[in-house]
Design a protein around this ligand. Structure first.
Ligand code: UD1
Length: 370
C-alpha cells in the first residue's frame, strides 16, 4: 500500500487534481490517498464552488493559511505542511501547477526525504518577474517524477539537466476535466439567463500582478477593452485581486453590471461549469490566465492572451491562442482580426485526450513495483 498526499491550494489546482483523485480510486488496494488543501484560496467562489462542480471529496486536511505576501504565504504553508508530513509519513506528495502552494509543499516534503511528483512540469515563460516561473523552476529541480503536457516541456527540462528517466510525457490533466464536464456544461443556461447569444460575446479574465497591480497598465487595458465591448459584449468574472486593485485605483467606472449598459460587464467569480459553458459559446476569450489558453485551444475558441510571453507555446504553435502583451493597440488589432476575419483553425495537442491522469497513476504504480 502506497500513501499519497495530493495537494491543492489555489483555484487552478482543483481541476488538475480532480482527475488524479478519480484515477487513483481505481487502485483501492494499492493506493491510500489523502487530499490536503493549503487554503491559499479560501473564498467560497474561489474554492468550495469548484469542489462541488467537480464532484471532489472534501479535503482531509485544510491548512487554512489564507493570503499574505509571497514570503508570508509560502512560509505559512511550509510550517503547516511540515507537521502534516511528519504525522502522515506519506510515500509520495503530488503537487500540480505553479502556485505558491505547489512550490511550498514540494520543498517541505523533499527536505523530509519524501518523494515528490509535479504534474504540469517543465512549463517555462523564461520571465523571472512572474512569481509562477520561480515556483515552476524551484519545484521541478526537486521532483522525482515530472509529468509533462507537451514536447516543449520535455525539452525545457532536459536543457536544465533533469535526467530523462524522471520525465514522463503524459498529456494534460486540465483537459481530462474539461472533457469529462463538457457535455454537462453545454446544457447549462447561464448565457441565456444573461441574455447572451452564442458567438456574440467575449469572455475575459484578468488577474496577473503585471497587468493589474500597476495603475497605468490596468487603465490602458480596461480602456481598450471597453472600446471592444461597444462592438461585442465582454463578460468578466472578476478575480478578487483585480477587484481590489480597480477599487484602489478608482477604475471601476469601466465596469457595468448588465449587457445593455456601457462598459465591461463584471460578474462574481464563476464556478467551473458555468465558466466552461460561457467559454465554449464565446466568440473569443481575452485573458492573462495560463489554463484558459489551453482550454480554448481544445474548445477551438480564439484566445487573445494579454501577456508578453507564455509558458504554454503549444497553444500558439498549433492551437487558437495569440500572445499580444498589454499594449492597447495590439489588443485592439487582435480583437478586430477575430471580429472581422475567418475563425482560426486550431489543432488539439498530442495526448490532450482525457487520459492524462490515468497515465500518471499507471507510472506511479509501475515505478513502485521496481
Ligand atoms: C494565485 C496564483 C496564480 C494563479 C491565481 C489564480 C501564486 C503566486 N499565484 O494568484 O498563479 O493564476 O492564483 O487565481 O500562487 N483573495 C481573495 N480571496 C481568495 C484568494 C485571494 O480575496 O480566496 C485576494 C486576496 O486579497 C489576496 C489576493 O486575492 O491577497 C491575491 O491572492 P493570491 O493567492 O496571493 O494570488 P492570486 O492573484 O490569486
Amino acid at each position: 500500500m502506497m500513501k499519497i498526499l495530493n495537494i491543492v491550494g489555489a483555484r487552478p489546482n482543483f481541476m488538475k487534481i480532480a482527475p488524479i483523485i478519480e484515477a487513483m480510486n481505481s487502485y483501492p488496494d494499492r493506493i491510500e490517498q489523502m487530499l490536503v488543501h493549503t487554503g491559499q484560496h479560501y473564498d467560497e467562489k474561489m474554492s468550495k464552488a469548484f469542489f462541488e462542480d467537480l464532484g471532489m471529496p472534501k479535503p482531509d486536511i485544510d491548512l487554512g493559511v489564507g493570503s499574505g505576501t509571497h514570503a508570508e504565504q509560502t512560509a505559512r504553508i511550509m510550517v503547516e505542511f511540515e507537521k502534516v508530513c511528519i504525522k502522515e509519513r506519506p510515500d509520495l506528495v503530488i503537487v500540480v501547477g505553479d502556485v505558491n502552494s505547489t512550490m511550498a509543499c514540494a520543498i517541505t516534503a523533499k527536505k523530509l526525504g519524501i518523494k515528490v511528483a509535479h504534474v504540469e512540469a517543465g512549463l517555462r515563460s523564461m520571465d523571472m518577474s512572474m512569481p509562477e516561473e520561480i515556483n515552476r523552476l524551484c519545484t521541478d529541480v526537486l521532483c522525482d517524477y515530472l509529468f509533462t503536457t507537451d514536447h516543449f516541456a520535455n525539452e525545457n527540462l532536459k536543457s536544465e539537466g533533469i535526467p530523462e528517466e524522471k520525465i514522463f510525457f503524459v498529456g494534460n490533466v486540465m483537459i481530462d476535466t474539461l472533457m469529462k464536464h463538457k457535455k454537462a456544461a453545454a446544457k447549462l443556461d447561464l448565457a441565456d439567463r444573461l441574455g447572451l447569444e452564442p458567438g456574440k460575446y467575449a469572455t475575459l479574465t484578468l488577474h496577473r500582478p503585471s497587468n493589474v497591480d500597476d495603475k497605468n497598465t490596468l487603465q490602458g487595458i480596461l480602456e481598450v477593452l471597453s472600446q471592444i465591448a461597444r462592438e461585442l459584449p465582454i463578460v468578466f468574472p472578476i478575480h478578487p485581486r483585480t477587484k481590489k486593485m480597480t477599487d484602489l485605483f478608482g477604475l471601476s467606472h469601466y465596469f457595468s453590471d448588465g449587457e445593455k449598459a456601457e462598459g465591461i460587464w463584471t460578474v462574481d467569480p464563476l464556478g467551473y461549469l458555468d465558466f466552461l459553458h460561457l467559454n465554449m459559446h464565446a466568440k473569443m476569450t481575452l485573458t492573462d490566465s495560463g489554463g484558459l489558453q489551453e482550454e480554448t485551444t481544445v474548445l477551438g475558441i480564439p484566445c487573445i492572451t494579454m501577456r508578453e510571453n507564455t509558458e504554454r507555446p503549444i497553444t500558439c504553435e498549433i492551437g487558437t491562442n495569440v500572445i499580444v502583451g498589454s499594449n492597447p493597440d495590439s489588443i485592439l488589432a487582435a480583437a478586430e482580426k477575430i471580429l472581422n476575419g475567418p475563425r482560426p483553425n486550431g489543432k488539439v495537442p498530442e495526448k490532450w485526450d482525457g487520459k492524462a491522469a490515468e497515465r500518471i497513476v499507471e507510472v506511479i504504480i509501475s515505478r513502485r513495483k521496481t
